[in-house]
Structures are given as C-alpha cells and as structure tokens.
Design a protein around this ligand. Sequence first.
Ligand code: SAH
Length: 209
Amino acid sequence: MDIPLKQKKKFLIQHLISSGYLKTKKVIQAFEEIPRENFVPHDYHDHAYADEPLPIGGGQTISAPHMVAVMTELLEPKKTDEVLEVGAGSGYQAAILSKLVKKVFTIEFDKNIAKRAELNLCSTGINNVEIMTGDGSKGYEKQAPFDKTIVTCACQEIPRALIVQLKEGGRIVIPVGGQWYQELVLGVKKKGRLETSMHGGCVFVPLRH
Ligand code: SAH
C-alpha cells in the first residue's frame, strides 16, 4: 500500500529535526504549512517528501529539503524582513520564506521557470512573493537594501552588487565554489564588509549570465 503524502511529509520533517537541519519552531511550522508537492512536476509528486533535489525542467532542480532547511535557519528570518532570493527555481524556497518574513523578491534567469514558479506560488495561496526575470547577480536595485539575501545557484565569488544591496547587519547565504562543488557561506555585513563563515559542502546548479 502507498504511504499517503501527509505521512511522508511528517516523516521527512521528523528526519530534518532529528538530523539537526531544522532547529527553530517557526521554521518547522513553515515546512509543515508549505506543500512541496505543489512545487515539483506532477510525475514526481510521489517523491515530493524524499530528502532529494528533483528536476523542475530546463536542466534545473528544486533543492533538497535539508538544504532549504539549513539555508533558511542560517538566514534567521524575521517577520519584518525584506528578502532577496537569486534563483527562484520552483518557488519552494521563496514559499518557505514567505511564511517567515514580510516580503520576498525573487529573481529567476529562465522565463519559463519563472512563469511556473509564479503559478506554483499562486496555487499555494502565497501573495508576499514577487518574481522577476533577469540576472540576479546584479541584485534588485529598485527594492534595495535587503535585510537578508539568499542565493540558490553556485557562484565563483559573492557578487559585489549583492553585498552593496545588503543592509548593515544583514545576512547573506550563498553557495561559493566551482561548478561541481561549493561551500555554503554565511556572510554578515558589519561596517560595510562581510564577515563570513563556512557551513558545509553543497552542490547547486551554476549561476548563469
Ligand atoms: N530556490 C529554488 C532552487 C533554485 S535552482 C527552489 O526552491 O526551487 C537554481 C535556479 O537559479 C535555476 O532555476 C536557475 O535558472 C536560476 N539561475 C541561474 N542563474 C541565475 C541568475 N544569474 N539569476 C537568477 N537566477 C538564476
């Protein structure tokens, strides 16, 4: 007999908590509230609560739930935050953040992917996420500065525009490294400069220009 999605979701969240990826009550609640199946292609619905990245078309992927958990916890999201995301992908990470912050601005390079993300967010009833298409490494001047920035594609270095557009005391979480392997970096802006710390290895699709 097939295990119902609801049960699979419960098991996944328990796993993320016991493995130490999910730590904060409100972040756990956001994971409970957002249906990941709304953000994966129909053929993968059954796998929506496996702790794995899944294809979303155009050679791109929705990140594994543990990676979304780690990045969300590192951001320390607050209800007053305005957040910039680079790499909307499926819209799932933005959806999780939407429950924890005031507003998410997310930039997606691929027009078709952006359209689908918008549909996914809309069908989930989320209305505090704004999606734009473009090269997110330039940031989003119009709405800057941001309290938090999250980058969900691999960068060789932290794009300068993203540091400039971050508020003093703001946090950025970003995978930095080569094409096949990156280090998850947390930067906290102090006196105009980033204080960085490393938070483990990861593999993201590369930032495109
Ligand atoms: N956060 C996503 C996963 C993103 S996958 C989720 O929750 O599903 C990485 C995404 O970054 C891809 O969709 C890719 O098209 C996008 N991307 C790559 N380069 C980019 C750029 N320069 N600006 C904005 N998006 C970019």
